[in-house]
Each structure stands twice: as C-alpha cells, then as structure tokens.
Write a new protein. Structure first.
Lengths: 333, 577
C-alpha cells in the first residue's frame, strides 16, 4: 500500500533528521522517538522505508545477505547472483510471539516433505534494513531481552524445536513510545544511537496544513504521491550521496576532543555516547554534503545523541535537552 | 449547560456516526459503541445490513487473525491448506469486536498495524463500567467515532438509510476558513492528537455527502465537531476573543509548509475584505464550539468541571495490557506431560510430531494416509512467563502535622524509589491522605513521568485521617493481590491520627479507627513498613507498625536520598524480578 510521502510530513524536523542519519550510517545505532500520540511517529518511520536506495543482495538468500556475508555464514546464505532489492522495513507488532520474531519450524515444508526446515522470522526479514517497533515501551520483557541480544551481536541464534540455526540479523532499530505509558528499560534505551522527542504540533497553521495534506492524499493517493515524488527523490539522492561520502569523512582530532569534552560536561555514561556523537556528526556531515566534520555538525546532533544517556537524577527537574544545550553553550560559546 | 440542550437521544448522533462509518470504513478506522443497551443492539443490526460485519472473538489467535496454515485441515488433506485470516475476511466490511475493553495486547497490536495500513475497520463494543476502563488506547485513537449509548431510550425504528454511491470525489475539499475553524475548535477543546483533526476533516466532507451537498457547510462541520472532537475533549472550551493569542510559535516554524502547493481554490472566488473574513471566521468558530459544548459527554463534563482533566494515557490501554499479562505471556512450549496444571500445547505438539511422520509410518509399515502418529516425546506443554509482580503502595500523610517540609522529602523518596522500581520492573502506587479524604493519586504504574506529576500536584495541610489512608492502601493492595501480584505497603506518617474513618474530627476515635484499619491490614497478611516522618518520633508510629505486623522505621531528620535508602534496606523492593 502506498505510504504517506516522507517529504510531505510537516514539521518534526529533529525526528526526520535522526531518521536520515540512521539511513546514511546504520552503525549510528537505532533511533528512539519519544512523544505524544498522533504526532506522526509511525508515519515518518514507515515513510522512510520507501525512501532508501536499494541494496544488492544474493537473490536466493532467505536473509537478503550481501556478498561479504557469504563467507561468514557458509551454508546459511544462498549462493546465487546478486540482485537489487529494496531495503527491508519490518514492522514488529506489539504482542508478536517469540516464534514470529526469531523464526520457527517451517510447518509447510514439514507437512509437505517431512523435512525439518527453518522458517525465518521477523528478525531475518529485517536484516540489513529497519526494524520498527511502535510503543516499544510496552513490549513484553522477554522480547526486549531477545531484541537486545540480537541487536548487540548482529546475529540470530535459534536453538529450539530441534532447530539449530545461526543467521545474520543486523538492523537499525527504530522505536517509538510515549513515556507517560511506561518507561523504557535503560539497557534498551542505551542501545539506541539517537533519541528524539516529538510534540504535538501546537501551531494552528501547521495543523491546518496537516489536515489539508492528509485529505489530499486520501482523495487521490496516486496523484498525491506523484506530486511529492520529486521531493522524495531528492531526499533519496541525498541519502545515497551521503552513504557514498561517508567513508571519506574522517573526524579530526579537534572534533573528537569536542565530543569527549561534551560527554564529560553533561555526565553521559560510558563510551557509547562519544562513539555515537562522533558517528552521528559524521553521518550528518555526509548527509549535508560537507567536506569535513565540524563542530557545527557535532552541535547539531548532540541533543539527539546524548539526551537519553544522561544519568538520571529524578530530583533534578531540568530536562535532559536543557542540560545539553547549556553544556554546549558553556563549552563552545 | 442546561437540560434541554442535552436532551436529544444519544442514538441520533450514533446513527450519523454509523452512516459516516459505512461511507468509508477504512478512512474512519473505527466506531466505538459504548454501553450495552437495546439501542446499541438495534444499531448493530442496522449496521450489519449496511456493511459486512465479521465477528471477532476475544480469544482469536494470530493464525486466525492473519491467516496461515490450517493445521487440522492440512493434516487431514496431507498437504498444506492455507486459510484466510479474519482481517482479510473482513476486507470489504468491518470487524466487530465484542467486549473490546478486555482485548489482549497481541490482538490490539495486530489490529493497529492493519488500521495503519488501511486494511481494516473496526466496530468496537465497549462494555466497560468504570470511567477509566476502555479498549486499548492505541485502538481508541485510531477510531474516528465513539458513541455512548448506555443512556439511550430508543430502540425502535433504528435504520441506516443507504449511503449515496457518489463517493468522496463529489465533495470539494474544505476551504481555508473551514479547516481553520476545525483546528481552532480542537485547540479550544484541548484535543492535541492530530489524528482527531484528520478524522474531523473527513467527517465534515462525509456529512456533506450524506446531505447531498457538493460543498461542506457549517452544519457539516458542526456534525464533525460533535462526533469526532467533542468526545475527545480534555477541557471545557471558553470561547473568547482569542484569535490573537492562539498561534503560539512552537518547535515547528509556520513557514515550514512546502511552497509548491497553493491553498486549494484560493483563486476561484474573490476573497472578501479582511474585516468580513475575520468576523465570518469568528462566527464559524463560535458555532463549532457551541456544537462541541452540547455534545461533550455528561460524565466527561463532570470530570472536567472538577478540574481533573482526564490524563492522557491514563485511559488504560496500558493498564489493560498489564492486566491481560497477569497470567503470564505464553512463552512458547516445551516438552513435557500435561499434568499438574500444565496445559497441552496442541499445535506445538503437532509441530513436533510432523517431521517424524514419514519415518514413523515406514517403521510401522503404514501407508501415507494413515493418521498422524504421536508419541509421548512429541507432547508439548505451555509455558507462561510470570510477570515481575511486586507493587509498592505508598501511603503518604500529607496532613499539617506531618509538616510540609517532611512532605517534600517523602515525595523525593517516592520518586527515587520509583526510578529504582522501573529498573527492577516493579510498579508503584501512591495514596495521599489529608483533611477528610484519602485519595489514590496514582494507580499502580511504572511511569516515572506520571508519578512525578502526581507528586508535584500533591498539596499538604489539614488533619490526619490515618484510618482512611490505611483503608485506601489496603483496598489498593487487595486490588493488586486479586490480579495475582504481591503488594507491599510503605506508610509515611507521624501516626498522630485526628480524623476518624468517616471523616469526623476526634482524636480518640481516630486512633481507634486507625488501629482497626491497621489490624485489617495485619489480617490480610500484607507486607508493610511504617516510616515515622515526624520531627520528634513518638510512640504512635511504632504502635501502628505493631498493629499492622509490619516493620517500623523512625526517620527524624533524613533527606530524600537517605529516606529512600532506609526504605530500600528495610523492604526488599528490588527483589521483585
């Protein structure tokens, strides 16, 4: 079904920026979107899917592996020729069963030929793409544990139902949720490279614009998609160029030092903060088509990269975002 | 608002909502019909005549919902038989879901996806009795219409006239003034969710279509406001001259909208001069707000009038999910015999047996169409995950005698405990007692955000209705235990009761009542801890703890962090998981 075009989403710039950064450099880690209901979280994440440049994958591989993965997973990965395919985007529903997520015995093949075969689950489908979980804070704990493990190791190991399968499962996790309905466990939060906060647009004009756009889309989806195709194409090209530029960008020592200083100043836990800062700044610079990574890039992505890593002091009412902007002002003036 | 305005039977609006829904079920996503009544039954019957309704029972599983291999048929046929899922079967109509407020998370999750992909439409029957019980929020917000038919006195002659076949294309898009009118009304009603606006816009055009108009008029907008926006109101609109202050620049700059689309029809009609335009706009908005006011449900209005805006997210969904999770989330099956309460997992047992069928048949010399051969080792039993299950209930004495200063420390301690609680996956509830009331400020939750808000809204001062506080805490604990979890109480008080259980002043009686309440807690065997937070602890606190059979802790001069540490040391909150 036709998705709402990414470029037609009004406002929510920080969220869109974070999603694009994750698209340019998946190693940044996932994106967590916190916010009220009905703010276009799902719409944006789903729209992103149709925006990504296609990837080359082994045609008969059930996991859509690349050439490089062939050597690492002999026997698991197919051996056919490479074929262009869309970046997978998997929508994990709340309440999905473990079977569906990690994969299970292929019942159809079992019935047909009595053969014990593995039927890949959602994790396999998401390999090299995106795994989107709406209301991730309400996800069952045992599924969260499982996702954490796979996200950290990049592979899915199935040892059940008499199956013993190991297959690659590298994906960008996109989560969304409303903190009012339940907190996210810190272990899971930490896995996300970027986190953004979205608010219901309060501006009347913006809200009117949204109504107008959605009505236009409903009235004639084809024409609407057509109208926005050009804009979407521009973004797609921007991502593709960013991806190509990424390896050429090496953050200088000054930017690394800035990153370290900033992490120290806000008291972000662990090394992951600095790494994410560096990677996100680089991806952002690549997205913008810059020649080098500068302090400005770092500042632009710092709130998203650090917001969820600050040690939480429940007695301090100051929001994380404020603490980060304050630190930026103090450090870099 | 007076009687006459609300006198119309709720069925009248429900009928319009139902007609709009049948016009384009997937655009409107859903229709929530609350309150069991003859009117609702009649309406459902009428609906069934208009579009295909497929009933979805609450126990539906993934296979039936989404389709997949029909095991029984496949086994019988000896080849995989694929069956359609309910969502697909209801493609051309809608799914009707009885007792939607009891829906399981996993089912709701599936339906949300189907709704987002415009692959389903739902008629949800909400039979909840209590105000804060409702179908999962994620579904409620994706359903355009919600009608409460509990009070309807009408059931005869309920008919849905056929909808015009003309389709949406015949209604012109709303003009600028109309869109602005809807958006402003939503702001005045405190409706933040953008989905509501989108539904309202569609409903206005739908109403025009039903009335046989090609252009939506004020009346159509009023219908949309009444049916879509009013039931979602979070405040009573006060319509004044607030044209000017409304647009508050927020995170989204208004110059954002892409420039390549002219507002529709901007050049077809001569725009009237500014003044008239302004006043026309004003008129429309006034009209819409009036329509909304008349349609805000009575109980919602009462809540709003009392100043407790329904908290976002509190209208369950979450709580509901927790409830259904109480008996444990099925974790898949493991080998074992179905005995001692363990239940057989039929599908999994079959799954385990299927791969061996060829071999076993050969072994026994049977032919290919022999029935499936099961062995003991194929049997699988269901496993459930036990939920992390401790709820710590804080009962905080907010009376004058407990001293305002101590109260803020107690608040801090609760927040710290809560921060801890969500790491260990336990939950926290909060009760405050002061003056002549004990109030549950926060039902069991894991949300730090909500707890902080509840705490910051907690006022202090007044007498000490200790018995009331204890009773409220016990009732809360009973509720928790009834759901199969364990509860523990932390009571922060100075123990100096001076308000009786029925709200009368009187120290002696108050003490008696408090003791009785404490003994009731003891009788239930609820784990408890009394923290004496008075500046000079007397014997009262210890006596109270004694009556409850709980532990006692005197904390004359502690800050929030010390308090939290002390509580944690005395009470193993963290051991929940």
């Amino acid at each position: 079904m036709a998705r709402f075009p990414f470029s037609a989403i009004v406002g929510q710039d920080e969220m869109k920026q974070a999603l694009l950064i994750a698209a340019v450099d998946p190693s940044v880690g996932g994106v967590m979107v916190f916010g009220d209901r009905g703010t276009g979280k799902s719409t944006a994440a789903r729209a992103l899917a149709s925006l990504l440049p296609p990837i080359m994958a082994i045609a008969n591989c059930p996991y859509g592996c690349s050439k490089e993965e062939q050597a690492r997973y002999p026997g698991v990965v197919g051996d056919g020729p490479l074929k262009k395919r869309a970046v997978p985007f998997v929508d994990l529903p709340l309440g999905a069963t473990e079977d569906r997520v990690i994969g299970s015995l292929d019942l159809e093949r079992a019935l047909r030929s009595g053969e014990k075969a593995f039927e890949p689950g959602l994790l396999a489908k998401a390999h090299r793409g995106f795994l989107y979980i709406d209301e991730i804070n309400l996800l069952e704990d045992h599924l969260v544990d499982l996702l954490l493990d796979v996200a950290a190791s990049g592979e899915n190991v199935v040892e059940r139902e008499g199956l013993s399968v190991r297959h690659p499962a590298k994906f960008v996790l996109i989560g969304s949720g409303n903190p009012e309905e339940g907190e996210l466990r810190p272990q899971l939060l930490d896995r996300f490279g970027l986190s953004v906060e979205v608010r219901t647009p309060k501006d009347l004009e913006v809200r009117i614009e949204i109504m107008r756009l959605v009505a236009a889309n409903e009235a004639d989806p084809a024409a609407f998609a057509e109208r926005w195709a050009g804009e979407d194409e521009k973004i797609l090209k921007k991502i593709a160029r960013g991806k190509a530029r990424l390896p050429k960008l090496v953050p200088g020592d000054d930017v690394l030092r800035d990153a370290a200083n900033l992490c120290l100043a806000v008291g972000a836990d662990g090394l992951r903060g600095e790494l994410t800062l560096m990677r996100a700044a680089r991806a952002y610079a690549a997205l913008e088509g810059a020649k080098s990574v500068t302090r400005q890039h770092l500042i632009a992505i710092a709130p998203s990269a650090l917001r969820h890593r600050l040690r939480r002091d429940v007695l301090d009412e100051t929001g994380s975002t404020t603490r980060i902007t304050r630190a930026i002002e103090e450090l870099f003036g | 608002m007076n009687e006459t305005e609300a006198a119309a039977d709720p069925l009248a609006d429900a009928l319009i909502a139902a007609r709009l829904f049948t016009l384009a079920p997937k655009v409107f996503g859903g229709l929530v019909l609350r309150g069991s009544s003859p009117a609702r039954d009649a309406l459902i019957e009428a609906l069934a005549g208009a579009i295909a309704l497929r009933r979805m029972p609450g126990h539906v599983d993934d296979e039936r919902l989404l389709g997949g291999i029909d095991i029984a048929a496949s086994l019988a046929a000896g080849r995989p038989i694929v069956q359609k899922g309910l969502i697909e079967e209801a493609q051309n109509g809608a799914l009707i879901i009885p007792m939607a407020e009891r829906m399981d998370t996993s089912v709701a999750g599936r339906l949300v996806q189907a709704l987002d992909d415009a692959k389903a439409a739902l008629v949800m029957l909400d039979d909840s009795v209590e105000a804060d019980d409702s179908p999962p929020t994620s579904l409620m917000e994706r359903a355009a219409f919600r009608c409460d038919l509990a009070a309807s006195r009408q059931w005869q002659g309920v008919e849905l006239p056929p909808v015009p076949a003309a389709g949406w294309g015949h209604v012109a898009p709303l003009d600028d003034k109309q869109l602005r009118g809807l958006a402003t009304t939503a702001v005045l009603l405190g409706v933040d969710d953008v989905r509501a606006l989108i539904f309202a816009e569609a409903a206005a055009r739908g109403a025009a279509l039903l009335a046989g108009r090609a252009v939506a008029e004020d009346a159509d907008l009023a219908t949309a406001v009444r049916l879509v926006l009013a039931p979602r109101a979070t405040r009573i609109p006060e319509f004044e001259d607030q044209q000017e202050e409304q647009p508050e620049p927020d995170d989204t700059p208004p110059d954002q909208p892409p420039e390549d689309q002219p507002p529709p029809d901007s050049n077809t009609s001569d725009p009237p001069d500014d003044q008239t335009q302004q006043s026309q706009q004003q008129d429309l908005e006034e009209l819409l707000v009036e329509a909304a006011k008349a349609a805000i449900p009575r109980d919602l209005l009462e809540q709003l009038a009392q100043g407790n805006a329904p908290r976002r997210g509190s209208s369950t969904g979450t709580g509901q999910k927790r409830k259904s999770g109480m008996r444990g989330k099925p974790l898949g099956a493991r080998p074992g015999m179905p005995r001692g309460g363990a239940r057989l997992a039929l599908i999994d047992s079959l799954r385990a047996a299927v791969p061996w069928q060829n071999v076993r048949r050969r072994e026994k010399g049977m032919d290919a169409d022999a029935p499936i051969i099961m062995r003991k080792e194929d049997l699988r039993i269901r496993r459930f995950e036990e939920r992390a299950a401790r709820v710590t209930i804080f009962a905080v004495d907010a009376s004058g005698s407990a001293a305002a200063a101590r109260l803020s420390e107690a608040k801090g301690a609760v927040e710290l405990m809560l921060a801890q609680a969500y790491v260990t996956r336990s939950e926290v509830a909060l009760i405050a007692f002061r003056g002549a009331t004990a109030e549950v400020l926060l039902p069991p939750t894991r949300s730090l955000t909500r707890a902080k808000r509840a705490l910051s809204e907690l006022p202090g001062g007044g007498g000490t209705p200790l018995a009331m506080g204890l009773n409220a805490a016990r009732e809360c604990a009973d509720g928790v235990i009834a759901k199969g979890r364990s509860a523990s109480l932390v009571i922060l008080t100075d123990g100096r009761a001076n308000i009786t259980a029925d709200g009368q002043p009187g120290r002696a009686q108050a003490n008696e009542d408090a003791k009785a309440a404490a003994r009731a807690i003891y009788a239930r065997g609820i784990d408890s801890l009394v923290v004496d937070i008075s500046a000079r602890p007397g014997p009262e606190g210890a006596a109270l703890a004694n009556a409850m059979g709980g532990r006692f802790l005197a904390l004359p001069r502690a800050d929030a962090r010390m308090l939290q540490q002390a509580i944690q040391a005395a009470q193993p909150l963290g051991k929940a998981a």
